[in-house]
Structures are given as C-alpha cells and as structure tokens.
Design a protein around this ligand. Structure first.
Ligand code: NAP
Length: 163
C-alpha cells in the first residue's frame, strides 16, 4: 500500500527556506511520524533528504533525484516510479512539495497532521484533496508544554471506486 505522510498549516503550507515551518516546536508530530513509518520504505525528494540531513533509522530510505546522491545508506532513484519499484516494505511518501504533487494521484491514504496555525512565511504547499478523498479519522490535540500549537492527526482515504 502507498500512503503520504504530511504536516501542513491552515493554508496547507509545509515548508519555507528548506525547513519545516514549526521546526522543533511540535515533537508530538515527529513521534507520530516515526510511529507511522517505522519498518517501512520512505520515499522523499532530494531537498527533503538534505533538509533531514541523514537517513532515518529503521526505515528503507529512498531518495528521488535527477543526479547522484552521495550516501551509502539510502537508495537513490531518478523517478517516483523507480522509487516505488525499489521499495521492499509499505511505502510512505514523505515529501516535499514536488514529490507530493507527483505522488498524490497514486496513493491510497494520506496521514495528515493539520497544524492549527498559519505561517505566512510558507513557500511550499501541499495540494488540496479533491472530492475523491474522504476524512476517515480525526484526533485533535491541544498545545502543551512541549508542543507549541494545536494540531489534529487526520486520516484521509479515497472513496471507493474513484480510482
Ligand atoms: N511539513 C511536511 O510534512 C514536510 C515534509 C517534507 C518536506 N517538507 C518541506 O518541503 C520543502 C522541500 O520541498 P520541495 O518541493 O522544495 O523539494 P522536494 O520535493 O523535497 O525535492 C525536490 C527534488 O526532488 C527531485 N525530484 C523531484 N521530482 C523528481 C522526478 N520526477 N524525478 C527525479 N527527481 C525528482 C529533484 O532533485 P534534484 O534537484 O536533485 O534533481 C528536486 O529538486 C522543505 O521546506 C521541507 O522542510 C515538509
């Protein structure tokens, strides 16, 4: 199965200046991301890989780039299709914007963290989900000592027969 894992703000912003908008202010989202993806194959664009700065442990890291990737602990591929073909486990497409745009039509589930805040500095956005998608679960959380913003963990799936 193929899914997308993403965190976006109220305007669907996901990044600015090569980094996350909330940087280290939402550790609960990082934990959620880890729980979802652990043991699977994560597919990411070259810029997201560089932003993370290393391969994430316990997962097969697959990086999409037109050029070579100088790392021995990731699988480098030159297209999204090649990324899917290289994956051995459940596939989680983890961004960023360019890769989400290309992947959205072909995935079954979107695991979204909806951050209840607007970050005007956002320059990279997640595409809007069309009518073929339906919200299946929503888990709201309020800000606390460690997490600066309210956020919801939301699962979207395609309505049957639309793809
Ligand atoms: N909030 C979130 O959930 C989340 C998740 C991930 C990332 N982000 C943010 O998103 C931003 C990065 O997104 P982005 O859109 O700038 O970059 P990106 O999607 O991470 O990577 C883009 C790069 O991927 C490669 N690529 C894309 N399509 C390709 C294709 N069809 N074939 C071969 N290579 C392809 C190219 O690499 P080459 O130039 O090397 O050819 C391209 O420059 C950062 O700010 C990051 O922090 C946010």
């Amino acid at each position: 199965m193929k899914s997308i894992v993403v965190a976006y703000d109220k305007q669907r912003g996901i990044g600015a200046a090569g980094d996350l908008l909330w940087q280290r202010d939402l550790p609960a989202d990082l934990a959620h991301f880890k729980q979802l993806t652990m043991g699977g194959s994560i597919v990411m664009g070259r810029k997201t890989y560089e932003s993370i700065g290393r391969a994430l442990p316990g997962r097969e890291n697959i990086v999409v780039s037109h050029g070579p990737i100088d790392a021995t602990d990731v699988i480098a591929v030159t297209s999204l299709e090649a990324a899917y073909a290289a994956a051995h486990g459940n596939i989680f497409v983890i961004g960023g914007g360019q890769i989400y745009e290309q992947a959205i039509a072909g995935v079954d589930v979107v695991y979204a963290t909806e951050v209840q805040q607007t970050f005007p500095e956002a320059t990279v956005f997640f595409p809007a989900l069309d009518d073929s998608w339906q919200e299946r679960a929503r888990e709201p959380h309020v800000a606390d000592d460690r997490n600066k913003y309210d956020y919801d963990f939301v699962t979207y799936a395609r309505t049957s027969g639309t793809r």
